[in-house]
Design a protein around this ligand. Structure first.
Ligand code: ATP
Length: 136
């Protein structure tokens, strides 16, 4: 089975949506194989978002992602990467389809509640970064 890295961002924790969001992944049939409450540091943010560090939107994203605790987790299941991205919905909560996490709960392009790995390569990289004990 495939694994994906998921981050419930600080807005999810702040808004008390952790249970509701975890329930969606569980109800879908994904298995939680690791989970931890994490205060993301600027250094970890820079590594996680390495492909975005030079983008205009990165400084406010860095401030946001380090603004309070997040929930980091790894889920496992058939085609977990694509399934998680489907559950999350489009990046911009204003455009995300109803029925998706962002479509149902977010009205923002930045504070969009959740992150999911976008490819097998990113999943491997992110799982190693966030949960080194899970990688061989
Ligand atoms: P994620 O990687 O968090 O799952 P994504 O793959 O849908 O989201 P990316 O394009 O990888 O989106 O952007 C990573 C994150 O950066 C987004 O989730 C969002 O929080 C933020 N972001 C992306 N584009 C913008 C933007 N134009 N303005 C503000 N924030 C943005």
């Amino acid at each position: 089975a495939e694994r994906s890295f998921v981050l419930l961002k600080p807005d999810a924790v702040r808004r008390g949506l952790v249970g509701a969001l975890l329930s969606r992944f569980e109800a879908k049939g994904l298995r939680i194989v690791a989970l931890e409450l994490r205060q993301v540091t600027g250094e970890l943010a820079d590594e996680h978002y390495a492909e975005h560090v030079n983008r205009n939107f990165y400084p406010p994203l860095r401030t946001f992602i380090t603004s309070g605790p997040s929930i980091a987790l790894v889920v496992e299941g058939d085609q977990a990467i694509e399934v998680v991205r489907g559950l999350n919905g489009a990046t911009d909560g204003r455009k995300a389809a109803p029925g998706t996490i962002r479509g149902d709960y977010s009205l923002s392009n930045r504070e969009n509640l959740v992150h999911g790995s976008d490819s097998p390569e990113s999943a491997a990289r992110e799982i190693k970064l966030w949960f080194p004990e899970l990688s061989d």
